[in-house]
Design a protein. Structure first.
Length: 176
């Protein structure tokens, strides 16, 4: 319930332009590791394995560290929520042409073409359902998209129905 209320408050703050951003160089690998550690009990409860597969090197991006953590938490918790028991969830950090990217790949049901079109919409209800009785407000990915874009990043999903989904968040590299 607290997460649902927080999502509603965040959505309203973003829409009204009241969200405060404190951009600073942020260690993306550290942020991802912290989120993975916090999400392990949820994944363990569904016999899922959270695996990190980072390319070598530093992953420093110009973001609001608190907001970045919220983005990563949302994406990881969604992967846990929509993946069946006993599956793997891969979190990768990679260099890209424009900076650094986080890839979250699950072994869930994937998304239909119709679902992908409304994926980042506010209160979006998709055909995939949580696999462990979890609840969804349909706000999380809408908030993620707005937060990522406010920090000069991009977010998208690559998926094929029946073959899982990979959510990608890409940020320019911070000049430190």
């Amino acid at each position: 319930m607290a997460k649902m209320v927080q999502n509603l408050l965040d959505a309203n703050r973003i829409e009204r332009g009241e969200m405060q951003w404190h951009l600073a160089p942020t260690d993306l690998a550290r942020s991802v590791a912290d989120v993975i550690e916090s999400q392990l009990p949820l994944a363990d409860g569904k016999q899922q394995v959270l695996q990190t597969q980072n390319e070598p090197g530093a992953f420093t991006v110009l973001t609001d560290a608190t907001v970045l953590t919220q983005v990563i938490e949302n994406l990881v918790s969604n992967a846990v929520k929509y993946s069946p028991a006993g599956k793997n969830i891969y979190v990768r950090l990679k260099k890209s042409r424009v900076g650094v990217r986080i890839e979250l790949q699950d072994e869930g049901p994937g998304l239909s073409a119709g679902d992908q079109k409304k994926l980042f919409g506010k209160f979006a209800r998709l055909s995939a359902k949580p696999t462990g009785g979890e609840h969804s407000t349909g706000l999380g990915l809408s908030i993620v998209k707005r937060m990522v874009e406010a920090m000069n990043g991009r977010v998208w999903c690559e998926s094929e129905w029946g073959r899982g989904a990979t959510f990608v968040v890409e940020f320019p590299t911070a000049d430190v």
